[in-house]
Design a protein around this ligand. Structure first.
Ligand code: NAD
Length: 463
């Protein structure tokens, strides 16, 4: 059975795209503005929904979801017209008279599958790029953030053009059945394991794809760094969203001479941010579900806790926790932690840091605290990751002017700002030639003399 029949919405979206409705600048702008209105008018409902899902505070939801998305919309609105302009290219003399250009064309109907940890952002940021590029979109939010999923479905149905955007809610089975249909582009955010399944499903239709995956992001704290600032920033980035952030520092590698100072500064920062008992802090979220809670508890059992370690099953609470005595072979170092446990490993020489990082899969980001330019250069040039942030964390992903994406096992492709527009469009080349002159030289039969002249011409007018 044709999947388009199973999914009548997809047939409607295809028709809309084929009629060229979504290609117009005016339509694209109207949809971006409507999305902005949704974020403004429903800000409180959105914050309540995210809070229901894992007790994230309204301030954190504003910073990482609605506020971020509104900035992305403003940036797209400001630059859209210039992004859409065709690029003229030069044409060698031998092909004259002619003109050549390429334009950025929308793919068509795209599928966006989001993850639960930034449940609004991970669906709507790609949607902003998809709409800016002139596509129709089907969005499948994560079933693990059901309240946010339902406000996305209700809100987009109300504010956006239903002929072009539709939200399909559901879990694994729904995602799998969507993947059986043919889309023109797939944008997936989630785990490495599922990412591979999505990629093989995309291969069945030769559908181009972006995979935004995770990994273990290391944070290096060098001899020459301001430990107090480093500690505050690391604690903020790690325990934001209770560690359930793809870009969170997964573990810290600190120079042995600064380890004690870093540990005590991080302890101070945890107390300053979340109080003596973080369980009571309105700013400290919970673990999204029982399965992830149990996974984190298992990791805790085999680790040596330096600070924190308390858990509460009923609330799915895991305290901000710092682990010591961890080695690269410890259980906690074998996969992405994706929760509020922060292993700290001391090193003597920078080479040890490279060994640890290189022995693992490519992370989404590498963080470095160091005022030493030489160390900064070495870390940037001798490692691989989707991004690097020096003397801070996460903020490289907040810049609309920088592409955001992974490499190797942290995924491929990128979005945010212009990179998102480019991801959701392809370069279509157009050449316009004059009908005359039409010399016989290009056509067979190619006599020895003709061939000689052709060769001579090519050497006179190099391409
Ligand atoms: P998840 O369980 O919410 O899954 C993501 C999406 O995949 C959901 O919509 C889900 O329904 C769908 N899905 C599940 N099984 C599927 C299947 N077999 N086929 C197709 N779709 C399927 O999220 P998760 O996977 O637990 O996400 C956590 C991971 O995502 C972490 O590794 C994290 O680092 C990564 N992540 C990456 C980014 C990024 O921007 N690179 C952002 C957030 C999370």
């Amino acid at each position: 059975m044709q999947k388009d029949q199973v999914l009548p919405e997809l047939a409607l979206l295809r028709e809309t795209f084929q009629h060229g409705i979504t290609r117009e600048l005016k339509w694209r702008r109207s949809q971006l503005l409507a999305l902005d209105t949704f974020l403004v008018e429903r800000e409180k409902d959105i914050a309540d929904a995210v809070h229901e899902d894992f007790r994230k505070s309204a301030a954190e939801t504003f910073l990482t979801e609605t506020g971020y998305l509104r900035g992305e919309i403003r940036f797209a609105l400001k630059h859209l017209k210039s992004w859409m302009k065709p690029h003229q290219v030069s044409v060698p003399l031998i092909y004259q008279p002619a003109k050549g250009y390429y334009s950025r064309e929308p793919y068509g109907v795209v599928l966006i599958i989001g993850a639960w940890n930034y449940p609004l952002n991970l669906c709507l940021a790609p949607l902003i790029s998809a709409l800016a590029a002139g596509n129709c979109a089907v969005i499948k939010p994560s079933e693990h953030a059901p309240h946010t999923s339902s406000i996305i479905a209700e809100g987009l149905g109300h504010y956006l053009d239903r002929r072009a955007v539709c939200v399909i809610e559901g879990g694994v089975e729904v995602a799998k059945s969507l993947l059986e249909a043919r889309f023109d582009y797939i944008f997936y955010t989630g785990s490495y394991t599922i990412g591979r399944e999505v990629m093989s499903a995309a291969a069945r239709h030769l559908t181009p794809i972006t995979l935004e995956l995770g990994g273990k992001c290391p944070c290096i704290v060098d001899m020459n760094s301001d430990i107090r600032v480093a500690a505050r920033r690391i604690v903020w980035a790690k325990f934001l969203n209770a560690g359930q952030t793809c870009l969170a520092p997964d573990y810290v590698l600190v120079h042995e001479k600064r380890e004690a100072e870093l540990l005590s500064s991080m302890r101070e920062a945890i107390t300053a941010f979340y109080g003596d008992d973080p369980r009571l802090s309105p700013d400290y979220p919970r673990i999204v579900n029982e399965q992830h809670f149990k996974r984190l508890e298992t990791l805790l059992v085999g680790s040596s806790v330096w600070r924190g370690g308390e858990t509460d099953f009923d609330e799915r609470y895991v305290a901000p926790t710092i682990l010591r005595g961890v080695t690269p072979t410890s259980a906690v170092m074998q996969s992405e932690i994706f929760g509020p446990l922060l292993p700290v490993i001391a090193y003597k020489e920078l080479e040890e840091v490279f060994d640890i990082i290189r022995s693992a899969k490519e992370p989404l980001a590498i963080y470095l605290f160091s005022s030493d330019r030489d160390v900064q250069e070495r870390v940037v040039h001798l490692s691989r990751s989707g991004g690097v942030c020096i003397n801070d964390l996460l903020f490289h992903a907040a810049l609309y002017t920088l592409p955001f994406g992974g490499i190797g096992s942290s995924g491929f492709g990128a979005y945010h700002g212009k990179a998102g527009f480019e991801t959701f469009s392809f370069k279509r080349s157009v050449m316009k030639r004059a009908l005359y002159p039409d010399p016989a030289l290009r056509y067979p039969p190619y006599s020895i003399r003709k061939f000689g002249i052709l060769k001579h011409l090519f050497s006179l007018f190099p391409l």
